[in-house]
Design a protein around this ligand. Structure first.
Ligand SMILES: *[C@@H]1O[C@H](CO)[C@@H](O)[C@H](O)[C@H]1NC(C)=O
Ligand SMILES: *[C@@H]1O[C@H](CO)[C@@H](O)[C@H](O)[C@H]1NC(C)=O
Length: 355
């Protein structure tokens, strides 16, 4: 009894004079890069060089490169993230102009020093490609025609930069949307470098609507929107007839819209095909469809069920789970993907479904 009391007294005497100065025992071998600043031993120097929550926010803490600089030479890269803060081509809830910012916020815990996949052991941020964040394209919110021209130009400038790898000469771009109209600029850019591509389009909507139908034929300006861009891409000759949608479930005018969709070169894998075919079957079907062609992958986050992604512009019930989508995307390994995008995030929205 007495000895315990003595021991407690000795510990109390050992606390610092200033009782508010909390001290931690020295902890060795905590790597600052994993996202935590290390705890310090008494008297140890304070290291502020490594937290994932420091500095300006880039996607997954990747290095920022001023890719749109007027300078002829900037740091070389192989894959660039590019924000497209644009949402004035929508038919329902706007707000996706804040999507790129939201994606970057959400990715702050990602870091290439601890980025190995538990499934494959591979680290996509530290593989063959030097991956960077180019920030956002400057897009006006007052004129869609001008905004798309600005985005076309951003793709042109970035895809003309020098690659770090000697195996490829054209850097690839992953666009962070933005409403889906922004994919049109990306497809114009891939066409310029690689010719027509197959599009693997993950979405609950077909997005090949005839501009005369979606937009009401009011004007050519109104016809360029987030539900017609794949129709326009077909008309401009940017895409192949080996394209496919995946996760489709939103209502259509069956006789005319689906016929037009086929005419634009698309096959349809519905949301419920996941129940019939399973993830492996869906992956096999998509891969077989685009076999031997170059592919552009476009992910509208509303392919997910609103239970997983309620903050989107035109949510539709009955969608895929996040795990199913990620497994399908991982399963695409082996096809030649020359560009991609993910978009339609609203930063501020509650869950509501349109149907
Ligand atoms: C960039 O290229 C250099 C020289 O070929 C190479 O050593 C380096 O690993 C590459 N960087 C990345 C991030 O791949
Ligand atoms: C796709 O286009 C090619 C020519 O580019 C044509 O030979 C083929 O029949 C078309 N396939 C479909 C399903 O329309």
């Amino acid at each position: 009894m007495l000895s315990i009391r003595k021991a407690v007294a000795a510990i109390l005497l050992a606390v610092p004079v200033n009782a508010r100065e909390i001290t931690f025992p020295p902890v060795a071998a905590i790597d600052a890069r994993g996202g935590q600043v290390p705890l310090f031993g008494q008297g140890a120097p304070i290291d502020i060089s490594g937290s994932a929550y420091q500095g300006l926010t880039t996607f997954a803490n990747l290095p920022y490169v001023h890719c749109l600089s007027a300078e002829k030479n900037v740091d070389s890269f192989d894959i660039a993230f590019l924000g497209a803060p644009f949402d004035t081509g929508v038919t329902a809830r706007p707000g996706a102009r804040f999507g790129p910012t939201g994606i970057r916020w959400g990715s702050r815990r990602l870091d290439k020093d601890m980025g190995d996949s538990i499934y494959t052991g591979q680290n996509p941020l530290a593989d063959w490609a030097k991956v960077v964040d180019c920030g956002d394209a400057p897009l006006t919110f007052l004129d869609n025609t001008i905004a798309l021209k600005q985005l076309d130009k951003a793709h042109e400038v970035i895809s003309s930069r020098t690659t770090n790898s000697s195996d490829y000469t054209v850097p690839r771009i992953i666009t962070l949307g933005g409403d889906h109209t922004t994919t049109l600029s990306a497809l114009r850019s891939t066409f310029h470098h690689w010719g027509p591509v197959s599009v693997l389009h993950f979405d609950s909507h077909i997005d090949t609507w005839d501009p005369a139908v979606l937009g009401g034929g009011i004007s050519h300006y109104a016809g360029v929107n987030h539900g017609t861009f794949l129709h326009l891409a077909h008309e401009e000759g940017l895409i192949r007839n080996t394209s496919s949608h995946a996760g489709i479930r939103a209502p259509v005018k069956y006789s005319s819209d689906v016929k037009n969709d086929k005419r634009c070169g698309f096959d349809i894998v519905t949301a419920r095909d996941m129940d019939k075919l399973g993830v492996t079957g869906v992956i096999e079907k998509l891969k077989a469809h685009v076999k031997g062609t170059r592919v552009y992958v476009s992910v509208d986050i509303d392919v997910l069920d609103p239970a997983f992604a309620p903050a989107t512009g035109t949510a539709e019930p009955g969608g895929w789970s996040t795990r199913e989508l990620l497994t399908v995307l991982d399963g695409l390994e082996g096809i030649e993907i020359v560009g991609g995008d993910v978009g339609w995030f609203l930063l501020f929205a509650r869950s509501t479904c349109s149907s």
